[in-house]
Design a binder for this molecule. Sequence first.
Ligand code: HEC
Ligand code: HEC
Ligand code: HEC
Ligand code: HEC
Ligand code: HEC
Length: 297
Amino acid sequence: MRFLKLIMILLFIAVPLVAFSAEKAKTIDELAKMYDVSSCKQCHPKVFEEWEKSYHAISLVGSPRTMATIASAVKDGILKEWTKSGAKEVKDIKVEHMLSCLKCHLPQIKDATDAVAQEIAKAAIDGAAGDEAAQEKLKKVGINCLICHNQKALIHKWTDGEPEAGVIYGNKEGAHGDAKFKALKKSPIMKESILCGQCHGLGPNFDLTEPTQCATLYGSYLHSYVPSGGSKTCQECHMDKGHLMPAYRDPDQAKKAVRVEVDAMGYYFLPKPGDSIPTAKVTVKMISNAGHRIPDG
Ligand code: HEC
Ligand code: HEC
Ligand code: HEC
Ligand code: HEC
Ligand code: HEC
């Protein structure tokens, strides 16, 4: 009887612990597996290939300025200048510290343990110092299909609830061929700028313990472009090449960015007879065609 009681107590302690740890990834590889999208390629090859070449796909590395800047945020910020962060060495780093950047650059970090936060911090430092294996490791995770088509597809949780497991959110409802994601549901925001605005920022991230500021163009879109009569969404301007969503890297997009009008007039000015000063008047008008300030950040 006493033995049974002991087992029951042990079970009570053990079950929640197991359930908790089973939920969270303990390595970058485990996190990559939890958010695996390799199955999508088979049926959506075009979308997949466009996305693979996007900066979203490698959002911890980027141009690769992102990797280098994450490395300095860790070394100079978390471990040094943010003296009250509680972290002195990489081994002290927690998910909460890395949210300063990963809130947007890798939102799936919410499903990982502090060990993953430390692994990412170390890989960014090593990668920035030229270690190619570390860079490849960071490229295993990024803003992939499941971030936009599940995790970030519902915003107003009291209205729409939490995103469900096994569901792909798009523009329609119905069955879906994927072995793990068997249902399609409609996301009310898939065609709206607010989907992108979740990461493309309003200004400082006041929700963080140590607010950071990176991307801010959703603020500019809302407070400048829309009130001036702008009516296009992010998707309308940036998804004409599908899921690649390029900015400066695409010469076509760059050409659309600004219109420049130059008006020049040459004349001379005569202060006294025999003495002339050649003069030119040049008027340059630069009109931004973007739906927000450029450059951003
Ligand atoms: C509010 C969400 C958000 C947070 C928090 C955030 N970023 Fe960003 N970051 C973005 C977005 C979106 C871009 C895309 C480009 C743009 O608008 O400039 C970006 C772009 C960048 C770029 C330029 C991209 C490139 O490939 O060159 C760097 C570098 C960068 N972020 C580093 C960081 C670092 C380091 C931190 C943490 C200290 C951080 N970001 C925090 C959203 C964020
Ligand atoms: C940064 C966010 C984002 C990511 C990442 C993303 N999508 Fe999308 N996807 C969208 C948006 C937004 C639309 C809707 C565009 C519209 O209807 O105007 C869309 C539409 C689609 C559509 C329907 C329209 C079409 O182009 O065929 C499919 C299928 C799709 N996505 C699959 C994927 C797959 C597969 C991946 C990963 C390889 C992926 N998406 C990654 C945002 C994203
Ligand atoms: C076995 C094939 C198959 C696989 C695997 C698959 N899809 Fe699909 N998916 C489809 C088909 C077919 C449709 C179109 C359904 C329709 O129009 O009713 C679709 C539609 C979609 C849509 C668009 C819904 C809309 O609004 O039009 C998205 C987004 C999407 N899939 C994402 C994904 C993602 C992400 C994965 C990987 C996790 C994936 N799919 C894996 C076959 C597949
Ligand atoms: C989960 C956060 C997140 C969401 C949602 C998101 N983005 Fe991004 N986006 C980023 C980050 C982070 C980067 C910068 C990656 C890097 O270079 O480090 C980026 C980069 C970009 C770039 C620059 C790409 C380049 O080649 O320079 C464009 C354009 C862009 N996003 C458009 C969009 C659009 C349009 C949507 C909505 C359909 C969207 N994003 C949704 C986080 C996000
Ligand atoms: C009216 C069309 C239009 C709309 C609407 C629009 N953009 Fe842009 N966006 C552009 C153009 C044009 C550029 C400049 C590209 C270049 O210089 O090569 C740009 C640049 C960008 C960049 C790169 C900025 C940088 O400095 O690195 C990002 C990121 C971006 N847009 C995201 C978004 C997001 C997110 C939204 C919605 C909130 C949005 N855009 C709405 C046209 C638009």
